[in-house]
Design a binder for this molecule. Sequence first.
Ligand code: HEC
Ligand code: HEC
Ligand code: HEC
Length: 447
Amino acid sequence: MRMLLRIVGVLVVLSLIAGAYFAWSLNHVAALPTGPVTSVAAARILLKPIPDGPNAAQLRQGQYLARLGDCLSCHLRADGDAFAGGLGLNTPFGVIYSSNISSDPEHGIGHWTPDQFYRAMHDGVDAQGQHLYPAFPYPWFRNLSREDDDALLAYLKTTPPVAYQPPGNELFFPMNVRASVALWNVISLPPQPGAQTPQGASPEWIRGEAIVLGPGHCSQCHTPRNPFGADTRGKAFQGGLLDNFVSPDLTGNERTGLGRWSIDDITEYLHTGRNTRAAAGGPMGDVVTYSTSMMTDEDRHAIAVYLKSLPASADADSTAADPASIKRGAAVFSDACTACHLENAVGQPTLFPPLGNNAVAQQNDPTGVLHIILAGVRVGPSPTRPSPLTMPSFAWKLTDQQIADVSTYIRNSWGNRASPVTAADVAKLRSKLQLDEARLTDNSGDH
Ligand code: HEC
Ligand code: HEC
Ligand code: HEC
């Protein structure tokens, strides 16, 4: 019995470690808007027409799957070439670099067989038989069919070969032991599409579910993780914390979720990164740039139909804010924020988001709002809206108390309601983000 308990104990510890992989291995490098950004021009490869030829249909399917799967968000580094990888995913235990998946036979996957590629996409095992970290979203990609994977590989083999070797991972023990991922796979794989499809669901809903739970891997960010790094049961799409960013609630909740959004609001956001309610920045900016802006209208509509069917999350209680903090916050807002968000935070439709009835502002966890104010944020550019509109960093300009006050103010004004924020919350995040307190321009007024 003691032996059994010991084995169970070791297993639990190992799975916690494996879970930790997941939580931290997804962390993208926090970049200031002035810092390196991945090359948007490189994404045009995904829109390059594929000439007619014997296997044109398969190659077109593969190219479209590369859009659905958001491959370039990760397999492209600043000033790098498409699919050559080398983007560092920052973690407390070191850095994981995305692989070169261009057609280069030596550094990329030009020599991979369809069987090897299927194994990577389905089981997260590379050509040498080593486990890949779940920062690579194979837990979702495994829902693609064999035919889809064959098409993706055929397409990737037509991309320009890039003779570039991404740096080796800089992980230290025990995170550098790839075999422990095997355990994670046993306990933590997310739900598969079809498992919960209601009877009588429309073909469009089914298509939406297949994208969201499959190649789109939306729940990787939008569903909260449990301590094992798996989706938290019963909390699907209720919002997750990743890379010190809050991926908001996407359920029907009217305050924190998409309850007030119409289907057209959602499709416009996915298409252009903007609508009259919000803007897509941070990790979502990349999703829009490299994936959803290049999907078909039908697929964006299917995603919206699926998301609008998610039942509203339970409304969390919020504690009342201190009136003195609100008053101080209003003054900071008027000074620092109204230039773009305007008086009463009405914003300018599709340019600067309104902050009233804004779900990002009202997430239960204020980390997202604080991240945006401290680090600044850039809207993901897209073919139809190419300008990466930017909100500057306020880290160098506002104190922890001022950022706490202005956050408490925006979270409790113009119809919003959410728990207040303390200066200690801000200080904690400030130290985690390790920001260069960059000033955006030489004449930004603080020299
Ligand atoms: C969220 C980031 C992310 C996305 C999105 C992503 N990948 Fe990756 N991928 C990675 C990382 C990180 C690795 C390296 C993992 C490791 O070293 O264990 C990787 C590794 C791989 C590998 C293994 C390569 C090798 O040499 O072992 C393949 C194949 C791959 N990705 C294909 C794809 C395809 C195809 C897509 C789009 C459908 C995609 N990836 C989307 C992050 C990502
Ligand atoms: C890498 C993490 C990540 C992935 C993957 C991701 N999202 Fe997001 N999403 C976010 C973040 C972070 C935000 C908040 C953006 C902001 O504050 O500007 C967001 C915002 C959104 C919003 C707007 C919510 C609001 O209230 O403003 C929608 C809609 C959305 N995501 C849908 C999706 C869909 C659909 C997918 C899959 C195709 C997806 N997301 C995949 C991180 C992600
Ligand atoms: C120079 C213009 C500018 C200024 C000044 C500015 N913002 Fe922003 N803000 C933006 C833009 C552009 C976005 C959209 C970026 C995004 O969400 O991806 C944004 C987004 C936001 C969001 C997220 C809304 C959403 O739907 O994603 C919040 C919250 C926010 N700003 C708060 C503030 C606060 C508080 C201040 C003052 C301390 C401020 N902003 C000052 C331009 C600005």
